[in-house]
Design a protein around this ligand. Structure first.
Ligand code: NAI
Ligand code: HPV
Length: 527
């Protein structure tokens, strides 16, 4: 058997190459390639091990004809086009915990550096100025630290800040009250955080929801004299607004480890007062780099040599024997979890996963894991079937499994029910021909639909002519409809439309759909 070939394309601890070789892979370490150069060599490789520098775009993936796995030695995977990788059958893995302590420590270091203006004082002292009277710092003791994002890294930052005798408030829509107590923070909404925090630190992934979370408007609401630290991702802060507010003095200091454009070689922020930065060093300690290098190589080699899947972001983990039977069920389960995750509002303290008929005879763990992975996608990019149940537990979500081996209307069925503040909401699906996942019920209304790609969900009053109006609206904006599914409680009662479209639906089209007569709810969904 030929050995799998792995390319390490970013600077990585040498332990990674050693592990690959010990586990029977050939490995090349070639860093610093341009996208064109990477494209020209990627076709040779079965595995690609990266950090944040290599951008794995759809174009690179098109050229990666042998690629089976991408391993991210770190946490954030916003430099990988995961949908493109999935559509090519390439597993994307990360190492969700290996550098969290290190990154949290960097955030604390930057906060202290800001409080005492250490970088500038250091530079001017070394220049022979002895500028003792030019600097007057602030204490952090007794000050309020505002955490935006209280996941793994945020929680570690909180523990360190509490040790520094700070008060910690946290904004994280998915932080449960129990978890907030456990990590010693006060859960607040974003507005409160902005007005109360003396220091703000960001620890969310970069997603459509978090992009520009510290916008100009929000920065203007912060407490005068606030100091801001970002060790998460560049796109979270409006950099131009931050520069203006440093210049006006409203923001007393800002420390960025990450930038919208990296490498950041001539950011306008560089000239702003009280601005300090590091070149994406959050994860750069010996300890963290050994952790993530060992872990990524172990995981990738396991997959390439034995087919084992750990910490995959786009594929459920399962054993070779169970795989063929369970695979379509897991696709169905993940879509049902994702659907309730996208439709239900607010916190979801309880979820029940019910299997009926054939589905009840199978190993429930992967099915439950897949439902939770689908649901948790809205909370974290690092979610997969293995860690989703732990994350659900950590967030205090009560998970119930119910098996009902007798067949009902369907030979096989998975039903997912979540408790929301408006009561229980449930969706159900089956397999057609033992292989094709289909949604068959949504919030008590029968419907038959394939959940895939971009979709539009509308709840409306069942009246003649409504379907035509929706079709006309899509036509008006040149949005091609792939499939159109309907369901209703009874004639003239509440009805549901679920349509698949060939492109992401713009917000103005959603707004127009909301304004149609008789519409109650409109949501764009992505699968
Ligand atoms: N500077 C660096 O070198 C490093 C940066 N990172 C960045 O740090 C990020 C966080 O890492 P972890 O804590 O391990 O991830 P995590 O997934 O454990 O935590 C992220 C938290 O953000 C919360 N969140 C999601 N959407 C939110 C929203 N709209 N508003 C507020 N909170 C929201 C989630 O509920 C979750 O609790 C990573 O995604 C990565 O981008 C990670 C490691 C090193
Ligand atoms: O793990 C992460 O998300 C990071 O941002 C670390 O990035 P790096 O591996 O140092 O390029």
């Amino acid at each position: 058997m030929t050995k799998p070939k792995v390319l390490i394309s970013d600077k990585m601890d040498p332990n990674a190459a050693r592990i690959f070789e010990e586990r029977g892979c050939d490995v090349d370490v070639i860093t610093g390639k341009t996208p064109e150069e990477l494209k020209s060599i990627i076709g040779e490789y079965d595995g690609l091990a990266i950090r944040s520098s290599t951008k794995v775009t759809a174009e690179i993936l098109d050229a990666a004809t042998n690629l089976k796995v991408i391993g991210r030695a770190g946490i954030g995977v916003d430099n990988v086009d995961i949908p493109a990788a999935s559509s090519k059958g390439v597993v994307v893995m990360n190492t969700p915990f290996g550098n969290s302590i290190t990154t949290a420590e960097h955030a604390i270091a930057l906060m202290m550096a800001l409080a005492r203006q250490i970088p500038e004082a250091n530079a001017r002292t070394k220049a022979g100025e002895w500028p003792k009277s030019a600097f007057m710092g602030v204490e952090v003791t007794g000050k309020t630290l505002g955490l935006i994002g209280a996941g793994n890294i945020g929680a570690i930052v909180a523990s360190r800040a509490l040790g520094l005798k700070m008060k910690v408030v946290a904004y994280d829509p998915f932080l449960t009250p129990e978890r907030a107590i456990e990590i010693g923070v006060e859960k607040v909404d974003l507005e409160q955080l902005l007005t109360r925090a003396d220091f703000i630190t960001l620890h969310t992934p970069l997603t459509d929801e978090t992009r520009n979370i510290l916008s100009r408007e929000r920065l203007e609401k912060t407490k005068p004299g606030v100091r801001i630290v970002n060790c998460a991702r560049g796109g979270l802060i409006d950099e131009a607004a931050l520069k203006d507010m440093l210049e006006s003095g409203h923001v007393a200091g800002a420390a960025l480890d990450v930038f919208l454009e990296e490498p950041a070689k001539d950011s306008p922020l560089f000239g702003a007062p009280n601005f300090i930065c590091t070149p994406h060093l959050g994860a750069s300690t010996t300890e963290a780099q050994v952790n993530v290098a060992l872990q990524v190589a172990e995981q990738m080699a396991d997959y390439l040599v034995n087919g084992g899947v750990t910490n995959a972001l786009n594929m459920p983990s399962l054993s070779a024997e169970e795989a063929p039977k369970l695979k379509p069920y897991m696709a169905l389960a993940e879509n049902l979890g994702s659907l309730v995750g996208q439709l239900a509002h607010g916190e979801l303290p309880k979820i029940s996963i019910e299997t009926e008929g054939h589905a009840a005879e199978l190993n429930q763990k992967p099915i439950v894991g897949a439902v939770l992975a689908g649901l948790m996608k809205r909370y974290s990019q690092s979610v997969n079937m293995v860690n989703a149940p732990f994350m659900a537990k950590e967030r205090g979500i009560e998970v119930r499994e119910i098996r009902n081996e007798r067949e009902g209307t369907f030979q096989t069925l998975i039903r997912v029910t979540v408790a929301t503040s408006q009561g229980n909401r449930s969706v159900a699906g089956t397999l057609f021909g033992n292989s094709d996942p289909r949604l068959v019920e949504i919030f008590g209304i029968g419907i038959e639909a394939e959940l895939s790609g971009e979709m539009l969900y509308i709840v409306n009053q069942d009246v003649p002519g409504f379907i035509g109006r929706v079709g006309a609206l899509m036509g008006e904006y040149d949005i091609n409809i792939g499939t159109f599914h309907l369901g209703r409680r009874a004639s003239g009662d509440e009805a549901i439309i679920l349509l698949s479209v060939d492109q992401k639906i713009p917000q103005n089209v959603i707004d127009k759909a909301c304004a149609l007569d008789g519409v109650k709810v409109v949501r764009a969904l992505s699968f």
